[in-house]
Write a protein that binds this ligand. Structure first.
Ligand code: HEM
Length: 387
């Protein structure tokens, strides 16, 4: 269950807090209720973020050697940093992603999406099948991110491969051979980041000027290149796929009775690209009546919390604007709440506004397939054809 939590049927009963062994025998405490997930996220003293980027399948010595060969290190920087340096690093990253800087990208972003939609529309008109993930969603967030944050000069394909390798290495159930291959991929790109961090400007330069050590610069860039683009491209694909099966919502978008922003929020609630997120208990405590010993790995089921009947009227239905729709925890909560939320929302809003009309009258040829993963959905493709 742990690696396909998003595939759980809507009516599957889950206790508020459940102990679940994973494939390597480690017991995780899975938390499902909105109030409890929120309680953990917003209490960084009792529940620390230190394990956020720990490999869920322990990395064997052979793969650790590969990583060490690339001088790979991932010190506490952003999501996994419960220490004193976190607020200052976060503030610099938040400045780079400030809503006014994001809003300034809107005309360019709209133009790019419109151009892509035009091309896709023509292909669909000609009877061709189109992969909306590849043609629209996959690289878009990276292109936007590169306009906000100075990034190493690497081909888009190389960044995407690295990011997906990182998501697999840290969050998937794996065997040793695969871990070694992924370690090589991730290690190679880490080297690129290290070289860029030494001299790069923009965010890297600001962090350097503020006195943060090179490891922190690399850690911040690493996290941004993974979480700051892969999440959003996954979300765009999942949302488009969901909308293809929601004719009433498409009709509402068409006649203006459904707001794009409400569609995005309902999408985040029902199709979050990050299904779970982790914390670790810092002390012996109790959660929802369950004893939690210090050191327990806590898996916060963000997707399930978004479907908690206590917070939302029709938990499993895609009803934009319904009561509780915006109370999802797709971006986390508290001191580590996502700093890219406005960016992700903006990108999704543009894609919904421009691309939803493409979904009218299409047949889904291939729905997104998602690999086993504790946290990320990682859809691979979404192919449609016009009827
Ligand atoms: C739909 C897209 C996205 C989703 C669902 C998402 C979700 C999340 C979640 C669940 C967390 C952990 C929050 C916590 O621990 O409470 C997080 C943290 C973070 N996200 Fe996002 N994210 C998305 C897009 C982005 C984008 C576009 C960026 C930047 C370009 C970004 C940058 C970050 C950063 C830097 C953190 C760490 C914040 C900290 O520890 O202070 N994310 N995100």
């Amino acid at each position: 269950m742990l690696f396909r939590s998003w595939a759980q049927t809507a009516d599957a009963h889950w206790p508020d807090v459940a102990r679940v062994p994973d494939h390597v025998g480690v017991a995780h405490l899975v938390v499902t209720r909105h109030a409890l997930v929120r309680q953990v996220l917003t209490d960084p003293v009792t529940y620390r973020p230190d394990n956020a980027l720990d490999a869920v399948t322990p990395v064997p010595v052979s793969a650790l050697r590969v990583l060490a060969g690339h001088r790979f290190r991932l010190p506490p920087t952003l999501a996994n940093n419960g220490g004193a340096s976190h607020p200052a690093i976060r503030a610099i990253v938040a400045e780079a992603l400030h809503p006014t800087r994001v809003a300034a990208q809107l005309p360019w972003l709209t133009g790019l999406v419109r151009e892509r939609v035009g091309r896709i529309d023509a292909a669909l008109d000609g009877g061709a099948p189109v992969d909306l993930h590849a043609e629209l969603a996959a690289d878009l967030p990276l292109l936007v991110l590169a306009r906000l944050v100075e990034l190493p000069d690497a081909p888009v394909g190389a960044v995407k491969e690295f990011a997906r390798a990182a998501l697999e290495l840290f969050w998937a159930p794996l065997d040793g051979g695969r871990q070694q291959a992924l370690a090589a991929e991730v290690g190679r790109f880490h080297r690129v980041l290290r070289e860029f961090a030494a001299t790069g400007g923009g965010l890297a330069g600001t962090l350097r000027a503020a006195g943060h050590p090179p490891d922190v610069l690399v850690g911040a860039l690493f996290f941004l290149l993974v979480a700051g683009q892969e999440t959003t491209s996954q979300f765009l694909t999942l949302l488009l796929h969901r909308l293809a099966g929601e004719p009433t919502v498409l009709a509402g978008l068409r006649d203006g009775t459904v707001a794009v922003a409400d569609v995005v929020e309902e999408g985040l609630r029902l199709e979050p690209p990050i299904v779970t997120w982790r914390r670790v208990a810092a002390v012996d405590t109790t959660l929802g009546g369950t004893a939690v010993p210090a050191g327990t790995s806590i898996v916060l089921w963000l997707a399930r919390a978004g479907r908690d009947p206590v917070t939302v009227d029709a938990p499993d239905e895609f009803r934009p604007g319904q009561r509780g729709s915006r109370r999802h925890l797709a971006f986390g909560a508290g001191a580590h709440r996502c700093v890219g939320d406005q960016l992700a929302r903006t990108e999704a809003a543009v894609v919904v506004a421009e691309a939803a009309p493409l979904l009218d009258g299409v047949t889904v040829i291939r729905r997104p397939w998602c690999p086993d993963n504790l946290t990320f959905r990682m859809p691979d493709a979404f192919v449609v054809r016009r009827r």
